[in-house]
Write a new protein. Structure first.
Length: 355
């Protein structure tokens, strides 16, 4: 459409790009991009800017081609002056640098977000798992729970409310009626406090708990070392010693914790020579070691068991260090199979109950 065709009823041609206000120019650019099928992240703008832009678009009349070209040219020129695009605020920067900066630095930035100095902390609260939200609803005061419920999407709020005990759900629903007088600043402060208490979990230096770390080390240690360390722990910290003891899985534990039907899946992964050494050397562990060796031999094919017994009889006396290493290899193969989901091991408590 040319300028003549774009004249209004008064016969006055529309102004060129230089005569338009900044808001009207923005509306022209947005309309031009929308008309070309672009999706614009306008929700990132402040609410006031979104309202003003929408009103400008609603008021936008036909614009002649020369004005469109002038505004588009000005916009293009401004864009070309930008060397690099913004990552989209602190959250965008954190996402871009994920794994590139230390956990301490990331945690500090997240605390700034929770303080409300950077962005809306409710985004973090809304992203919490249902279990954490349930904890908030049942441990915080009813007024806080009502604000949280009001800040959740309707479907998520309904799911959360249905998961709560009846009395808490009723009290919270009633308290929602009193949230009308809560100021935006108070809501922001509540969101910041909840984000700091429940959403900001500092990255642990050691992802595995202490008892499991010590237990894993002792699992791979010689029996003499393992028994000595456990004895020392029991003398200095009995509670921690008990926790460690529960994480340890040794050769004599095999009958109680490895289902007989799963045993052949593991034995296929162990070299025959290693298995023979482990079975022949299990006697040094006393009755528990002998019982574990018999359990293994009794839960394989008869032919294979006979071959292993024959090899054990022909083998020279097993040195303690060789036996320990072979039994540790068997234990490692069982744990690896369990970690891959190929077998299911009983927990120590289950094994104790079965015994």
């Amino acid at each position: 459409m040319d300028a003549a065709a774009a004249q209004d009823s008064s016969g006055t041609p529309p102004p060129d790009g230089a005569a338009l206000s900044r808001r009207r120019k923005a509306a022209v650019v947005v309309q031009l991009l929308l008309a070309s099928g672009r999706t614009l992240p306008l929700d990132r703008l402040p609410e006031g800017a979104q309202l003003a832009l929408t009103r400008e678009l609603a008021d936008l009349k036909l614009v002649d081609r020369a004005t469109v070209a002038s505004v588009a040219g000005e916009f293009t020129s401004a864009v070309e002056q930008v060397g690099l695009p913004s990552p989209g605020g602190i959250e965008g920067a954190l996402a871009a640098l994920d794994g590139q900066i230390s956990g301490e630095a990331a945690g500090r930035l997240k605390r700034e977000i929770a303080d409300g100095t950077v962005t809306d902390p409710w985004e973090q609260v809304r992203a919490l798992e249902v279990g954490v939200l349930q904890e908030i609803m049942t441990t915080e005061c009813t007024e806080i729970a009502a604000v949280l419920l009001s800040k959740l999407p309707v479907a998520r709020a309904a799911e959360l409310l249905a998961s709560l005990p009846g009395e808490i759900a009723r009290r919270t629903a009633v308290a929602v009626s009193r949230t009308g007088a809560v100021t935006p600043e108070a809501v922001r402060r509540i969101g910041a406090a909840l984000a700091e208490d429940y959403a900001l979990i500092e990255e642990a230096a050691f992802p595995v708990p202490p008892d499991e770390r010590v237990g894993a080390i002792l699992n791979s240690s010689p029996a003499e070392t393992r028994d000595g360390v456990l004895e020392g722990l029991a003398a200095t910290d009995p509670d921690f010693a008990e926790q460690v003891q529960r994480t340890i899985f040794t050769f004599p534990d095999i009958p109680a914790r490895v289902p007989a039907v799963d045993l052949p899946k593991v034995l296929r992964l162990i070299e025959t020579e290693v298995l023979v050494t482990a079975l022949a050397g299990a006697g040094v562990l006393g009755d528990g070691g002998i019982a574990a060796a018999d359990f293994i031999l009794n839960n394989m094919s008869k032919r294979m068991a006979e071959q292993l017994r024959e090899a054990m009889g022909e083998r020279a006396k097993v040195k303690p260090a060789e036996g320990d290493a072979a039994m540790a290899a068997v234990i490692a193969a069982i744990r690896d199979a369990a970690d891959r989901g190929e077998i299911t091991m009983s927990e120590p408590e289950e094994a104790e109950e079965a015994a």
